[in-house]
Design a protein around this ligand. Structure first.
Ligand SMILES: Nc1ncnc2c1ncn2[C@@H]1O[C@H](COP(=O)(O)OP(=O)(O)OP(=O)(O)O)[C@@H](O)[C@H]1O
Length: 604
């Protein structure tokens, strides 16, 4: 994921621009609630003032002389203030909570949408579990902060300002002494925040490592079991979990020190108010009512400031998470769609590779200057030893990656210039790694052709020779296939994936080892259906079993990323080169094939 130098808060505010008005309104409600919440000590002061000063009280000075009227006014003010405090409390809670829900939903959905657009190379660089941690844990941290933390920060600031103003109005001298520790508190909070930031960034990173390990291990649970590696997996997770615990311990040590330190600093202000205010009152320089207000208010200052630690803590966690979410959102899309429409019709679909070179991220050259043309409507076989680059060829045709050099054209257009969605709509891929989604048989066939009718789905299944086994399942087309299609056999899964490609009805069909996981009988069945399907489309068939491609119009033979031979099955046999060698191996003429295969293994 990429990183931006701007602060996470700044980036979050930029992201939250559409919610700005509502954030301002929620902030206003938080402020007003706090202002009314701080008023009761003033009411107590007024009550003391009334009973001590009687007709010389502050209320009397504004014209309410009768003691009964003063008490009545005090009662009305109290009801009003408490009523307003409650009303604003309700308003800010509803607003902040709804905002937090909307923002968490929006960030998750935006991150997910952005992820869908990212190229395959991104998913090779970042593990699934790590990406999931961003979409779950990090988004939840942000939600938690907005749920309560944002309001806390606003209210603490309001408290300091309001109480500061009252102190200054009551007695500038005491105000200065009481407020003296304030800069220390704020400085302390920022210092802590500064120290906590990298610690929480570390914690977030550990969470994603942990989640990565979990996803990886659960994904390979059958391998774990078959290799009796359960205790190895437990130890591995223990390492990650311990790292998470240790990272948290460092953060806990620092964040826990905050409250005691701040409390001692505040104590200085409180004792100054208590002592100096008391002395001034005894000497007759300060009214009893005002003294009681100041003592109560210093208390009101104390508690929110100790709570500031937790809020800073929450804030810091949220910012560490925000950074990761924003980094994901800002990751540039490596494979950008071109603007031109493709408009391939059935029977069309010429594919040209012109001096195509390719390397994956590790920089190892996998394809070397490939040059070939597949005419529209032809069936082309691609064969070659394991690792010779056959599947890579397919990934380039689908633009999962772009070539490092050279050009791939479909219908004469450079793939980089055509609309990506149109290109991928035009290509149907049946690969050796069949992926079924948790859902019904019907859902899986209709994946990608979401508006297909039941009749069309059944017709595709019949063509893929899948209808018969589907009909025998307990719920037919409504049978749940389980996670990744675990409840079906490999051959059944493969037939569903062929039905899926048939339903898509693309002008170009790519079969990457489509029959590799099935028995001979199933292969024959699949072969029959594929011949029917390939009839009016450009078809690329990648196969290890050469019998699968012997009827192809042309066969391309790859060796270590180079196109070493091409021609029809018969022409290649006559040539007696690499292909002929492979054919002999597969048809049982091992002796004759010995020389050829050893050449292939060496890559000569
Ligand atoms: N995502 C990747 N990152 C780095 N290298 C890769 C990646 N995928 C494949 N390779 C490498 O590219 C080379 C070609 O792989 P490719 O999958 O295209 O071969 P293949 O001919 O389809 O093999 P097979 O017949 O075994 O499926 C191999 O050396 C492989 O290690």
């Amino acid at each position: 994921m990429t990183a931006s130098p701007a602060s996470p808060l700044y980036r979050l505010l930029g992201y939250a621009t559409p919610w700005r008005r509502r954030i301002q309104l929620a902030s206003l409600c938080s402020i007003l609630n706090k202002v009314f919440d701080l008023a009761p000590p003033l009411l107590i002061g007024a009550a003391v003032d009334i009973v001590v000063q009687r007709e010389q009280s502050w209320f009397a000075s504004i014209g309410v002389v009768s003691l009964d009227a003063q008490l009545l006014l005090l009662t009305i003010l109290t009801i009003l203030i408490w009523g307003l405090e409650s009303a604003f409390e309700y308003a800010y809670k509803v607003m902040w909570r709804n905002l937090s829900q909307e923002l968490q939903h929006a960030t998750r959905m935006d991150a997910w949408k952005h992820l869908q657009e990212l190229e395959m190379a991104y998913f090779e660089r970042n593990h699934t579990g790590q990406i999931m941690a961003v979409l779950n844990d990090d988004v939840n941290q942000l939600e938690r902060f907005l749920d309560g933390g944002a309001n806390e920060l606003i209210q603490v600031t309001t408290t300091v300002i309001v109480i500061g103003a009252i102190f200054f109005a009551a007695s500038p001298l005491i105000a200065v002494l009481a407020m003296l520790p304030m800069p220390l508190v704020v400085y302390g909070a920022f210092r802590f925040q500064h120290r906590l930031a990298p610690l929480y960034a570390d914690v977030r990173e550990r969470v994603s490592q942990l989640s990565g390990r979990l996803a990886n291990s659960l994904g390979g649970i059958a391998t774990v079991k078959s290799y009796v590696a359960e205790s190895f997996e437990v130890r591995q997770l223990e390492t990650e979990s311990n790292a998470y615990k240790t990272a948290n311990a460092a953060a806990i040590r620092t964040s826990s020190a905050f409250v005691p330190v701040i409390r001692m600093v505040i104590l200085m202000g409180f004792t100054a108010t208590l002592f100096l205010g008391g002395k001034l009152t005894l000497d007759g320089h300060l009214d009893v009512g005002i003294y009681s207000v100041l003592v109560f208010l210093t208390q009101r200052l104390l508690w929110p400031l100790t709570g500031l630690a937790e809020t800073v803590d929450l804030y810091q966690r949220a910012m560490a998470s925000t950074k990761r979410i924003m980094d994901l959102l800002d990751t540039p899309i490596g494979i950008q769609s071109g603007g031109q429409p493709l408009n391939i019709h059935h029977g069309g679909g010429t594919i040209e590779f012109q001096k195509v070179r390719f390397e994956y991220l590790d920089g190892q050259r996998v394809l070397h200057d490939l040059d070939f043309t597949i005419a529209a409507g032809q069936t082309i076989g691609v064969v070659g030893a394991t690792g010779s680059g056959k599947s890579t060829l397919v990934k380039l045709m689908l633009r999962f990656y772009d070539p490092s050099a050279g050009t791939i054209r479909v219908e004469g257009r450079d793939l980089r210039e055509v609309q990506l969605k149109e290109l991928r709509h035009a290509v149907g891929l049946v690969s050796q790694d069949v992926f079924l989604f948790g859902g019904t048989v019907r859902d899986n066939i209709a994946y990608g052709t979401f508006d297909a009718t039941d009749e069309a789905i059944e017709a595709a299944a019949r063509m893929a020779e899948a209808h018969e086994f589907i009909s025998e399942l307990a719920q037919g087309y409504d049978t749940m296939v389980g996670e990744r299609g675990q409840r079906l056999s490999g051959g059944q899964r493969q037939r569903l994936s062929i039905a899926r490609a048939i339903l898509k009805n693309p002008p170009i069909l790519i079969l990457d080892e489509a029959t590799s996981a099935v028995d001979n009988e199933t292969e024959a069945a699949i072969q029959r259906s594929l011949e029917r399907v390939a009839h009016d489309r450009t078809t690329v068939v990648i196969a290890h079993r050469l019998s699968t491609v012997r009827n192809a119009d042309r066969i391309l033979v790859l060796e270590r990323g180079r196109l070493v031979e091409q021609g029809t099955h018969q022409a290649l046999l006559d040539r007696d080169g690499v292909y002929a060698g492979l054919w002999k191996v597969q048809t049982g003429d091992r002796h004759a094939a010995g020389i050829q295969t050893s050449c292939m293994d060496r890559g000569d």
